[in-house]
Design a protein around this ligand. Structure first.
Ligand code: UD1
Ligand code: CA
Length: 466
């Protein structure tokens, strides 16, 4: 048998084809996210530092959706029918032509397993020179897991559903992570049958076969936190809580103040600069990036939003927005995709902004809807300034040039341009371009004719949705 010496190539396979019945979900278990990342990607991330020759992922249930979340260095292999973990490994072996080498097999539902543990298991496997090595732990609550016994080079795993009462008392559990010598595994996998179990092929049955032929050993997990496997929603929540705290700790270690870790949710992909303060009830998700010296929160929810140095965002929601250096947002603002707030600008209370650039030092301080607009520098929009950007069919743009000023309750009926330094009186309804430097007032709406396509009893109206 091939053994010892790091010369033998390493291959890895993640088993991710199962449905995950106990999740009671329409979605494959490995697609469920923890801190914004699908479960299967944590497992792949733990394997990657070992630099296997190839990293295979067995997909099956919702194969297309699982393929879609895999990183480029993971190769999907289709298991057409989910006939058990033994069948999944058989499918993976079909995609590995090499005769010699070590195959690391990792269940896709252990998101907390670390690269360190994988590395140690592998090292142990190679140095002992055995046919198979399996990761085990003695757990306070072993329910649902395969129970392990080891005796003179033979490891036997009994699934809980097949175990006797006495066997269930054994708390030494199989964590679903193995290293196999390829030739040994190939031979043994052809010998397991579904006769005993639930019509499934159990990968675990190969251990006894390999043990009898050569030798199999267990490797004990050191940090029991990693044994948080996910089979149901409670376990999902428990594993996510551990990951959430790890993410927060990593940010705090790098100089971010988190006032209330209990109520702060930061996804794995988020970046935050030092001396930024995150206040309670804040969610930072997706590709959100926060600069340094910012104050975010309380009660703020940002997705795919960039906040630059020194900005303040309180009690607000951001989706695909960009908040420039020193800009202030909120309380109670809603920044929608395409919003760009330039340096020192402000979007204040009860404002919604969409697909709009707000120039440097410009202010949208209160109660406005601004959509599809271009606002220059040093402009000021009075309370209740609204862009009527939508005529019921199409969206139109509003341009507000540098230094322009709109009075309270101004309606800007797009497409329209307010020239540089122009000034609009309170309550203006603007449907024609205002030249630079002019004062315009009035224009109350009046019925002139039927709205396009409307029956005569319908009122024409400007809409502000978007
Ligand atoms: C398995 C082990 C059990 C161990 C536990 C640890 C077997 C027979 N039992 O049980 O001893 O304690 O993991 O987590 O292996 N999968 C496929 N194709 C299939 C079936 C499953 O790819 O046909 C994948 C699943 O997506 C999952 C992994 O294999 O990621 C494990 O399957 P699961 O059904 O969760 O196995 P357990 O019953 O937990
Ligand atoms: Ca499982």
């Amino acid at each position: 048998m091939s053994q010892a010496g790091s010369a033998s190539p390493l291959f890895a396979v993640v088993l991710a084809a199962g449905k995950g019945t106990r999740m009671k979900s329409n979605r494959a278990k490995v697609l469920h996210t923890l801190c914004g990342v699908p479960m299967v990607n944590y497992v792949i991330g733990a394997i990657r530092p070992l630099v296997p020759e190839r990293l295979l992922v067995v997909v099956g249930h919702q194969a297309d959706q699982v393929r879609a979340v895999l990183p480029e260095d993971a190769e999907p292999v289709l298991q057409p029918e989910q006939r058990g973990t033994g069948d999944a490994v058989r499918v993976a072996l079909g995609a590995i032509p090499e005769e010699e080498g070590v195959l690391l097999v990792v269940n896709g539902d252990g998101p907390l397993i670390s690269d360190r543990t994988l590395g140690e298991l592998l090292e142990r496997h190679r140095s002992v020179g055995v046919g198979a090595t399996v990761l085990v732990a003695e757990l306070p609550d072993p329910s649902g897991l395969g129970r392990v016994t080891e005796d003179a080079g033979v490891v036997r795993i009994t699934e809980e559903r097949d175990a006797t009462e006495a066997e269930r008392q054994n708390r030494l559990c199989n964590l679903g992570l193995y290293a196999f010598e390829l030739p040994e595994l190939r031979r043994a996998i052809e010998e397991i049958s579904s006769d005993t179990g639930q019509g499934e092929l159990y990968l675990t049955d190969v251990l006894e076969i390999i043990g009898r032929r050569s030798r199999a050993v267990t490797y004990r997990l050191k940090d029991l936190e990693e044994a948080n496997l996910v089979n149901d929603r409670s376990q999902l929540a428990r594993a996510e809580e551990i990951l959430r705290r790890r993410i927060l700790d990593a940010h705090m270690k790098e100089g971010v103040t988190v006032r209330d870790p209990v109520s702060t949710h930061i996804e794995a992909s988020v970046e935050i600069g030092r001396d930024t303060v995150i206040l309670p009830g804040t969610f930072l998700r997706g590709k959100t990036r926060i600069g340094s010296d910012c104050v975010i929160g309380p009660s703020t929810d940002l997705v795919d939003t960039v906040v630059e140095d020194g900005a303040v965002v309180e009690h607000s929601v951001g989706r695909g927005a960009r908040v420039g250096p020193g800009a202030t947002v909120g309380p109670y603002a809603y920044l929608r995709p395409g919003t760009v707030l330039e340096e020192g600008s402000k979007v204040g209370a009860f404002c919604e902004v969409k697909n709009t650039r707000v120039g440097a030092r410009s202010k949208v301080p209160h109660l406005s809807y601004v959509g599809d607009a271009e606002i220059g520098e040093d402009a000021n929009l009075g309370a209740g300034t609204i862009t009527a950007n939508y005529d019921g069919t199409k969206k139109h743009r509003t341009v507000i040039e540098d230094g322009a000023f709109t009075g309270v309750n101004t309606n800007l009926i797009a497409p329209v341009t307010i020239g540089e330094g122009a000034y609009l009186g309170a309550g203006s309804v603007v449907n024609k371009d205002i030249p630079p430097g002019k004062l315009a007032v009035g224009m109350p709406a009046r019925v002139i004719r039927d709205a396009p396509g409307a029956r005569s009893e319908d009122r024409p109206r400007a809409k502000t949705e978007g």
